[in-house]
Design a protein around this ligand. Structure first.
Ligand code: EPU
Length: 419
């Protein structure tokens, strides 16, 4: 995972062919963390081959688990008493590390988790996580760069009203409440499919959870959970990335294993840009023969337009016919990648959380740099529709979320190498 790795892209080829979607990063990492809730061996299938899974495996190993990865499966054997400290050197690499907090407090009665790192997309608070655990009776504070939480006598159910439907906070509260005494209600809960997958995983361990996928989740605590076997849901953001790639390059991609119902709004937006989107027996197909029409988009928590597809929609609008306005409502600094896109000739001005984009017929290849996973993918899509050669530095960001991206792009006819 060398930071000087880069993608080299020669633009101009339409992407045509078939891809198969692997398990969702933002689900599998949470499933792995939640396996801490039961002593014994939990097996997770449909695990993507991405760097973040290795980081979570290292973190769980350090907590005393035996983690075995084979092909698309990971088994996690959890000891009777796992450790309680998640160290900075691992946590800093990945935001999802914070997901061990809820399970550790519930299971071990204490947790020390370094403040997480992850992507450069803006400050990402933990106040909702901490307030939620406190409402369940834990004592929690931040000390020397760690979140320290204690509940030596166990947790007690509570009513928790989130100020914002934070995915991570809903997950940490849910994975703590499953072992709390009594009933917990989370109002204004996140509704993302990844969170529903985590809830179903917990139910298969013996948890009692109602209302998954709705804004109110009700959890009745149980004394003990048992290990389980569970298949990760397909990655909706990778699906969306291929869908945008097909439309932008005027190509034709059949995406096996994709769940169209997890991407209703992005697929509607692509259709209004001029793409032909159809469902197939096991996924979706996206085709495009004409220059895309510009589309206005505002990101919102699910079922709104996903913030993780913001770079893709800006990249598409950069070469679309017309002017568009794209608004980011979830993260404060997601537009940092616009400076990089401008190097390719995109005409974009940013004002606060709005980007105003004037489509140009073609971008022009240049060296650029990825600052986060999705920005990296968006820049690669832009490079595919640029004249000549582009390089995308800091390729490791893309590896965190997209398994074998260069090989998959090559199989669709893109001129891409990884060096
Ligand atoms: N927030 C707070 N306080 C909190 C928690 C969140 O202010 O205690 C704010 C954040 O600063 C942010 C907003 O609430 O502005 C949304 O954060 P949320 O907690 O919903 O996001 P997350 O759990 O940190 C996950 C995904 C992100 C994805 C978002 C939104 C993982 C590991 N990450 O982040 O995925 O963008 O939900 O859907 O699941 C990615 O995969 O590239 C990625 C960034």
């Amino acid at each position: 995972m060398a930071s000087h790795d880069r993608f080299r892209v020669f633009g101009g080829s339409p992407l045509r062919g078939e891809v198969t979607i692997s398990g969702a990063k933002n689900s599998v990492l949470k499933l792995m963390a939640a396996s801490l809730l039961a002593t014994g061996k939990t097996t997770i299938t449909n695990v993507p081959d991405i760097a973040d899974v290795d980081i979570m495996a290292d973190l769980l190993t350090r907590l005393g688990c035996t983690v075995i990865r084979s092909q698309s499966q990971v088994s996690i054997d959890v000891p009777q008493t796992p450790g309680h400290r998640a160290d900075y050197d691992l946590v800093r690499k990945m935001r999802a590390s914070i997901n061990v907090l809820g399970p550790l407090v519930a299971r071990v009665g204490e947790a020390e988790v370094a403040l997480p790192g992850g992507d450069a997309i803006g400050s990402r608070g933990l106040d909702f996580h901490i307030k939620g655990l406190e409402a369940l009776g834990a004592k929690a504070h931040i000390e020397h760069g760690y979140v320290v939480a204690e509940a030596p006598h166990g947790l007690t159910g509570a009513v928790i009203d989130l100020d914002f439907p934070s995915v991570g906070a809903t997950e940490n509260i849910m994975t703590a409440a499953v072992l709390a005494k009594g009933v917990t209600t989370i109002d204004n809960a996140a509704r993302e499919p990844d969170l529903v997958d985590l809830g179903e995983f917990l139910i298969s361990m013996g948890a009692n959870i109602q209302g998954l996928g709705s804004p109110t989740i009700t959890i009745t605590g149980v004394n003990e959970l048992k290990p389980t076997t569970h298949a990760t849901i397909p990655d909706r953001i990778i699906t969306g990335t291929w869908a945008f790639a097909a439309a932008m390059t005027r190509g034709d991609i059949t995406i096996h294993g994709a769940r169209a119902e997890h991407l209703e709004l992005p697929l509607e937006k692509l259709a209004s840009a001029g793409a032909i989107v159809t469902t197939t027996a096991d996924g979706i197909r996206v085709r495009m023969d004409v220059r895309p029409q510009a589309i206005d988009v505002a990101t919102l928590p699910y079922p709104g337009f996903p913030t993780d597809l913001l770079p893709m929609v800006i990249a598409l609008n950069s070469i679309a016919d017309g002017h568009s306005l794209v608004t980011e409502n979830v993260f404060e600094s997601r537009f940092m990648f616009v400076n990089e896109l401008s190097r390719l000739g995109a005409q974009i001005s940013v004002d606060g959380h709005h980007a105003s984009i004037e489509g140009v017929p073609e971008l022009s290849g240049a060296p650029v740099e990825a600052h986060d996973i999705r920005a990296g993918a968006g820049l690669i899509l832009a490079a595919l529709v640029s004249d000549g050669e582009s390089t995308i530095d800091q390729a490791f960001h893309v590896d965190r979320g997209y398994p074998n991206f260069a090989e998959q792009l090559q199989s669709l006819g893109a001129k891409v190498t990884r060096e």
